[in-house]
Design a protein around this ligand. Structure first.
Ligand code: NAD
Ligand code: PRE
Length: 311
């Protein structure tokens, strides 16, 4: 007899890249009995029904959350508070509420006040994604071999944290836990500021009057192309990330700006050793990332086997 699913009823709110990937992975892994999906966009709800990646497509978040053992909010972080306000009173006793937001402090601030004492809020963040969005962009293998960070709010939540961790592991992820504050600093460095740099360099190139748009497109088969991939990431998602992780991002940007000024000086004064030493250190970092098998920002898995690469 097959093992019983980890959760009888799971509700996913927001069926974009991440929500639809969870739906696909959870069903493929036999982790849920009934999967209920809802999105505020009627076109997304219709597409989810067409794709057949949920058992039930609900009309409202409150309706989706009712009776669910696990509810995962997969909207942009700026919408998480309003969703929690809508579903909080409808959560069933013993339910686990979670999210996938790229920022944790602001999400906890906005969601936690709406969680009743008989449910447990376990914030989460999968470190996996692509530059694409929407329900067609998702795929079941997205989380395989990737980290899922849980930021538990109380030691009393340990058994629910373990259950949610098992759910992420069932989707192929490796689970780690850290504090909300530490999370926001770490991901400001390794994800948020790198995205800001990509948005900035692509914007600068597009604005340079002496380089035509045609040349930017024609000669971008270089490092610049990698920046354009990142800089094509969803504008709503990333606007919300920067508005909601302001302090950590500004802290890291301050350090980044100082280091950039030092590089500017080294170039101006011909300090080749300073440049060489930095580039040697950064090359070693890249090599250790590759050795640990974390070198693909957007894992291909089966996705590219069926869909031709866009770039
Ligand atoms: N894209 C990534 O690489 C990535 C990786 C890890 C975590 N995240 C986080 O996951 C979340 C979702 O990102 P995504 O890339 O799946 O975005 P997406 O744009 O692909 O999907 C978001 C979905 O949420 C829906 N939505 C928005 N407001 C809503 C509301 N109030 N109620 C119900 N549905 C609503 C939208 O209609 C959309 O379908 C974000 O919080 C993001 O920070 C993204
Ligand atoms: O691969 C990409 O396109 C991503 O940017 C994924 C990425 C990241 O920065 O690593 C982006 C945001 C998330 O919160 C987690 C993962």
């Amino acid at each position: 007899m097959a093992d019983a699913p980890l959760f009888d009823r799971v509700a996913i709110i927001g069926l974009g890249l991440i929500g639809s990937s969870i739906a696909r992975a959870a069903k493929a892994g036999g982790l849920v009995g009934t999967l209920v999906a809802v999105d505020r966009d009627p076109a997304v709800r219709a597409r989810v029904a067409e794709l057949g990646i949920a058992d039930v497509v609900a009309e409202t978040a409150a309706e989706a959350a009712e009776d669910a053992d696990l509810v995962i909010v997969c909207t942009p972080v700026g919408a998480c508070g309003a969703v929690a306000a809508e579903i909080g009173a409808r959560l069933k006793p013993g339910a686990i509420l979670s999210d996938v937001g790229s920022v944790k402090g602001a999400v906890v601030r906005d969601m936690a006040p709406h969680v009743p004492p008989y449910a447990t809020f376990v914030p989460a963040h999968p470190i996996a994604g692509t530059e694409d969005s929407g329900p067609d962009a998702g795929f079941a293998e997205l989380f395989r071999g990737r980290w899922a960070i849980l930021t538990p709010l109380s030691p009393a939540d340990a058994s629910d944290v373990a259950r949610l961790g098992a759910f992420w592991e069932g989707m192929g992820a490796m689970v780690d836990t850290m504090s909300v504050e530490h999370h926001d600093l770490v991901f400001a460095i390794v994800s948020h500021v790198p995205h800001l740099i990509a948005y900035n360099i692509v914007g600068t190139a597009a604005d340079l009057e002496e380089v035509t748009q045609q040349e930017v497109i024609k000669y971008s088969a270089s490092g610049f192309r990698d920046f354009t991939r990142i800089a094509s990431s969803d504008p709503t998602m990333w606007r919300d990330v920067f508005l909601n992780n302001r302090e950590a991002v500004l802290e890291v940007l301050g350090r980044f700006t100082e280091d950039l000024t030092a590089l500017q000086r080294a170039i101006r004064w011909g300090e080749g050793d300073a440049l060489f030493n930095l580039f040697t250190r950064t090359r070693a970092i890249r090599r250790s990332i590759v050795e640990q098998g974390q070198d693909t920002a957007a894992p291909d898995f089966g996705r590219r086997a069926t869909a031709p690469a866009k770039d």
